[in-house]
Design a protein around this ligand. Structure first.
Ligand code: UDP
Length: 371
């Protein structure tokens, strides 16, 4: 059998793309349909140079247990018909957990890319997904020393842990448009390099209540009113929440678009004076692009960008606004400092290392590793 890569959302496509290229053309790509639509997935496949995946019946919009159960059943049937030599999953989504459980149920060696992330926030379903996947995986690919330390603190065997770096470094380097294309992109949006804010929000903590979403949008509105353009590519969940809570008025001064393709997003992020986001991936991308980021979240499983001076954690209201104004007031110095700072996420060889370790795991076969 070949190596099967199981995924279900946009960030998984991004992070796994360089590894899928490394693993080679025999790799089997299975998409659970957790987030599947043209803007969020089809376009991403093209941007990342990926083949069309085997697409399982969409599970999007269903409650968590139903998503996991349906994907698990479908993956089990797919693996029964054509047994993979190993299963690779990444991150912390319901698709990640379903892929891990499907591999575990058939005793297929399991690789977890980005193992050992911990927010220590047990109110987040993603935190539970991470812990469960790490504890069944045979190969735990820790992106940073902190991530490896989290795995050791849970008594996971040293034989299962590898420090690989994060594939984000290579995917950003490969997908970032060249300088001429970026200049055209900015011109198309009427933006000037180092002269605008790029913002995205979509996590439940910022979109589930009118108070939280209203607080974020009010601060973005204030920044725009003070004269800094704010580009706001809106996630489908956020658009639905804006309508539900009747917050459209706060969008009037923002440059609102739908989700943008990956290359365009990187190009726009590369020249932003400030990024504002609750995304996990953007917390890593900002360190490769050398751009400051305000993380609108109460906790993060990615402390490295904060420790390295690229990012700060802020609450949705006044704290976001105050910090944004402070950071925008010394943009040239901040950008110069960050341009010289190394990314804490590695050297751009993570996917090559993970592919090599996966091949080794396949050669080893299904004999269980130590606890
Ligand atoms: N992204 C994108 N277009 C957008 C917004 C985000 O390409 O309009 C990218 C972003 O660079 C990151 C990924 O999508 O790599 C983040 O996905 P998301 O925020 O959905 O998930 P998270 O990273 O929070 O798990």
């Amino acid at each position: 059998g070949s190596v099967a890569v199981v995924l279900g959302t946009r960030p998984e496509l991004v992070k796994l793309a360089p590894l899928i290229h490394e693993l080679g053309p025999a790799t089997r790509l299975v998409h659970t349909g957790q987030h599947w639509d043209e803007a969020m997935s089809g376009r991403f496949l093209r941007d990342l140079g990926l083949p069309r995946p085997e697409l399982l019946t969409g599970v999007g919009g269903r409650p968590r247990a139903g998503q996991i159960a349906q994907s698990l059943g479908q993956l089990d049937a797919a693996f029964a018909e054509d047994r993979p030599a190993a299963v690779v999953v990444q991150g912390d989504t319901n698709a990640t957990l379903a892929g891990a459980l499907a591999a575990n149920a058939r005793n297929i060696p399991l690789v977890h890319v980005e193992a050992g992330l911990r927010s220590f926030d047990r109110a987040m379903p993603e935190e539970h997904n991470r812990v469960m996947v790490d504890h069944v995986a045979d190969l735990l690919c820790a992106a940073t020393p902190d991530n490896a330390a989290n795995l050791r603190a849970e008594s996971l065997a040293e034989e299962r842990i590898a420090l690989t770096g994060n594939t984000v470094v290579e995917v950003v380097r490969r997908s970032l448009p060249d300088a001429a294309a970026r200049a055209a992109l900015l011109a198309g949006h009427g933006l000037t390099a180092d002269g605008y804010v790029l913002a995205t929000v979509h996590r439940p903590e910022n979109t589930d209540t009118a108070e939280a979403l209203g607080a974020v949008l009010a601060e973005l509105d204030r920044i725009a009113r003070a004269g800094t353009p704010v580009l706001f590519p809106m996630h489908p969940r956020t658009r639905a929440a804006v309508e539900r809570f009747a917050l459209d008025g706060l969008l009037a001064r923002l440059a609102v678009t739908g989700p943008v393709g990956y290359a365009d997003f990187l190009g726009l992020a590369r020249h932003a004076a400030l990024l504002v986001s609750d995304s996990g991936g953007v917390q890593e991308e900002c360190t490769v692009l050398g751009r400051p980021l305000l993380v609108v979240r109460r906790s993060t499983e990615r402390p490295e960008a904060v420790a390295a001076g690229f990012a700060a954690l802020v609450a949705p209201g006044a704290e976001l606004g105050d910090r944004a104004r402070a950071w925008l007031s010394d943009t040239p110095e901040r950008l110069a400092r960050l341009a010289a700072a190394p990314s804490p996420y590695g050297d751009g060889l993570a996917s090559a290392r993970i592919a090599e370790l996966t091949a080794r795991l396949v050669r080893r076969g299904a004999e269980p590793l130590p606890l």
